[in-house]
Design a binder for this molecule. Structure first.
Ligand SMILES: [Zn+2]
Length: 325
């Protein structure tokens, strides 16, 4: 007969009750009084709670979910559409951080707020996904020489992110190590496929038309991978000040390179860029997703969708229209 470890009130001992959560619940219901669950059940319910992985933004959460499968809970601190460079963590973010088993950050100076956040989380291990990547440096403007943090905009560099996640997840949950390697390999082949696809699309644009104009200088990795030039209103969103000088410089570039279409990102206002479009004679070609995914109903609910969405906009905006006869 199994020993039952539950403590109970009202009825004396329920010796010999089978160790079964439903039996326990049923007795509690019938007796109409408090019966604490058997300790073994309490322990079991703790065991089934999956470790919590917190990422700093939604794009990293998507990559992490692809590696974690259903073995880990993955959540993003910043929500869809949030500005992530200068984000201010809320008290509820800090409470969440306290419960996390692993914090995942991008690094390269992207998350200015992350030190405060990880300090609040105490001893929670942290993994920096850009570690080991040779960053591209920001050219010109006040951020000149600093690393450009948007390395996930290169599918090849994202493969580095995936490898870092496999390492961190395997340390957190050694029993899942094989599964993480398997999930990662599946996702890496999708990234490889994406790289081929993006190259094919962007190389279809005539070479002299390959000038990508955005609000933030967030496309350096993409531009570098696929042979594009880039121009932008400001180097990083942390300091997204629109000055007349920056606007004038961009307008001159657009005119000199005869750029037909320019764009802006979902996490910042497109007002200034629309003015640049008007002043330079370019079209405003739509909204890019870079620092945040869209929600599930939007055009960029995953990183793969995000890349495809942006590149389609670029192709449609920069390819000369065929003449209609
Ligand atoms: Zn950014």
């Amino acid at each position: 007969m199994e020993r039952v470890l539950s403590k109970h009130f009202c009825f004396g001992r329920f010796g010999g009750v089978k160790k079964n959560f439903f039996v326990w619940a049923f007795i509690a219901l019938l007796s109409g009084c408090y019966v604490s669950p058997p300790l073994s059940e309490v322990n079991d319910s703790r065991k089934v709670e999956k470790p919590l992985v917190l990422t700093t933004f939604t794009v990293l959460a998507d990559i992490a979910r692809n590696v974690a499968g259903d073995r880990l809970r993955v959540d993003s601190i910043t929500k869809f559409g949030a500005e992530i460079h200068g984000y201010q963590p809320t008290p509820s973010d800090l409470i969440k951080a306290d419960k996390a088993d692993l914090i995942v950050e991008n690094g390269l100076g992207l998350e200015l707020w992350v030190k405060k956040f990880t300090a609040a989380a105490g001893n929670v291990p942290t993994v920096v996904l850009s570690d080991g990547i040779k960053p591209l440096l920001i050219e010109g403007d006040v951020y000149a020489g600093k690393p450009n943090p948007h390395a996930w905009m290169s599918p090849k560099k994202t493969i580095n992110y995936v490898d870092k996640l496999v390492e961190a997840f395997s340390e957190l949950d050694p029993n899942g190590a094989e599964i993480y390697v398997k999930n990662a390999s599946k996702y890496k082949s999708k990234l490889q496929q994406l790289d081929d696809e993006l190259r094919l699309i962007l190389e279809s644009i005539p070479a002299n038309q390959r000038v990508l104009v955005s609000c933030e200088g967030a496309f350096s990795y993409l531009a570098n991978d696929y042979g594009m030039d880039e121009a932008y209103l400001w180097p990083v969103n942390a300091e997204s000040q629109v000055t007349p000088r920056r606007m004038e410089k961009l307008i001159n570039t657009i005119k000199a390179r005869k750029v037909p279409t320019i764009f802006c990102e979902s996490t910042v206002s497109s007002k200034a860029q629309r003015e640049v479009a008007k002043a330079s004679g370019a079209n405003f070609g739509g909204t890019f997703y870079v620092d945040s995914l869209s929600d599930l109903h939007g055009p960029a609910p995953t990183l793969l969708d995000l890349q495809r969405h942006n590149v389609r906009l670029i192709r449609d905006g920069l390819t000369p229209k065929r003449k209609e006869y």
